[in-house]
Design a binder for this molecule. Structure first.
Ligand code: AMP
Ligand code: GLY
Length: 423
């Protein structure tokens, strides 16, 4: 079996390492992969958004199965293009990926099918949005409709901040065409939970829950990032809450997508907030989360490739999906200055692997046999252990063994989760 994984970050590295456990897979290509991934797959310099290049490569190399991991190619129709030339894929087609590609779509879907989410209004011009803000409850949340590298959400604490957000998104177009339409919604409060799920459009199987840490610095200070670390499971996500989510959010969502003629096959990511009125959807993503994947997949005991094939064939009900009754913690090492301005090209020396740790490379390249930093988020150091406390401790012990002078990391990944467990 020859497999192709589209993408080149820590998430893709975690997916590839897990796929390698299947002995029927003889070859894995990563498009484009990165300098760290090249230890586990053959990296091919074709960008994740180059749909033509991706399909041509798949054809030329007789690829048997493709995993499309990032949002951009999914929304651009990479799966449609690959299916058209007869290559089965893990990942939704463009019609289904719109659940992440357009926040206006996903909010309207939730309203139509009574799926709990924040109250909202949609605007397609700045004047109407500014008029609405004059009397809107403050603080408020302003979201660009389309993809914006995870930066398209602004929580405005004052009316002036809300007005600035509308000007910059709709007039200055800081997120390009993604800001042609915006959603303005109420602020929700409560612990956040990420739940990735496998779905073939008919049934939905949630994976172990997780908790992301989005701010750049300790104590949730600094700017929002792509994610500075994760833990799994998320202690706020109790079995009672999981049942409510299944009945009021997960199943209604996949049924709604099917009813709309947009059957979703792949990994559907539910970003949830556990409010005092019950769990509500903050966002949907049409893909595995990053760095959630780096704690969720190491806990998966079943074979990932078997599950992915079942998802693509609509036969998920036949699959056994088991997660270890353990905990995992991932600490992201980023380049100093991330998420704003940072330098690349610093040498990284990785410690020897231990049985309960793994390092997923997100932003690095190989030059003369040396691993050099090449991005904002550079490494994800994951540890798995019997308890969350132990997983956190081991992840930090291993993180300290990494040699990378331009790196920084948060020191409090999992601290809130641990406090919640001890309550
Ligand atoms: P996103 O880019 O959609 O992942 O959103 C980034 C972050 O903004 C989320 O993880 C939440 O912490 C926050 N957020 C988004 N929508 C809301 C909301 N309605 N109320 C409070 N926080 C929100
Ligand atoms: N960690 C958040 C995301 O993948 O969107």
């Amino acid at each position: 079996m020859k497999i192709m994984v589209v993408g080149g970050g820590g998430r893709e590295h975690a997916i590839i390492k897990k796929l390698k456990e299947n002995k029927n897979i003889t070859k894995i290509y990563a498009l484009p992969g990165n300098g760290g991934i090249s230890a586990d797959a053959e990296c091919v310099q074709i960008g994740a958004k180059d749909i033509k290049g991706i399909t041509q490569f798949a054809k030329d190399n007789s690829i048997d199965f493709a995993v499309v991991a990032p949002d951009d190619p999914l929304v651009l129709g990479a799966v449609d293009a690959l299916n058209e030339i007869g290559i089965p894929c893990f990942g939704p087609n463009a019609k289904a990926a719109i659940i992440e590609g357009s926040k206006v779509f996903s909010k309207n879907l939730m309203k139509k099918y009574s799926i709990p989410t924040a109250k909202y209004e949609v605007f397609n011009n700045a004047d109407d949005a500014l008029e609405y803000i004059k009397t809107a409850p403050i603080p408020t949340v302003i979201k660009a409709d389309g993809l914006a590298l995870g930066k398209g959400v602004i929580i405005a604490k004052t009316r002036a901040e809300a007005e600035d957000a509308v000007h910059s998104i709709m007039e200055d177009k800081v997120f390009g065409e993604s800001g042609n339409n915006i959603v303005i919604e109420e602020v929700l409060e409560g612990p956040e939970v990420s739940v990735l799920s496998f779905t073939d459009g008919n049934i939905v199987v949630p994976m172990v829950s997780s908790m992301d840490h989005k701010r750049a610095h300790d104590n949730d200070e600094g700017l929002n990032t792509g994610g500075m670390g994760t833990v799994a499971p998320n202690p706020y996500y109790t079995p009672e809450i999981a049942k409510i989510c299944m009945d009021t959010i997960f199943l209604p969502t996949i049924r709604a997508m099917k009813a709309e003629g947009r059957e979703f096959r792949g990994c559907l990511y539910f970003g949830l907030m556990l409010t005092k009125d019950g769990p509500k959807v903050i966002e949907y993503n049409c893909r595995f989360g990053d760095p959630e994947t780096q704690v969720v997949l190491p806990l998966l005991e079943s074979d990932l490739f078997t599950i992915m094939q079942a998802v693509s064939e609509g036969k998920l009900a036949d699959c056994e999906i088991k997660f270890a009754d353990k905990a995992a913690c991932c600490v992201i090492i980023a380049s100093k200055g991330y998420p704003v301005k940072y330098e690349s090209g610093f040498e990284i020396k990785l410690p020897e692997k231990t049985p309960d740790t793994d390092i997923y490379v997100a932003g690095a390249k190989l030059a003369d046999g040396k691993l050099l930093s090449a991005g904002g988020r550079v490494l994800g150091v994951t540890a798995v252990a019997g308890s969350l406390e132990e997983a956190i401790q081991r992840a930090y012990e291993h993180t300290q063994k990494v040699e990378f002078e331009n790196g920084f990391y948060r020191h409090d990944i999992g601290k809130r989760a641990l406090a919640a467990l001890k309550k």
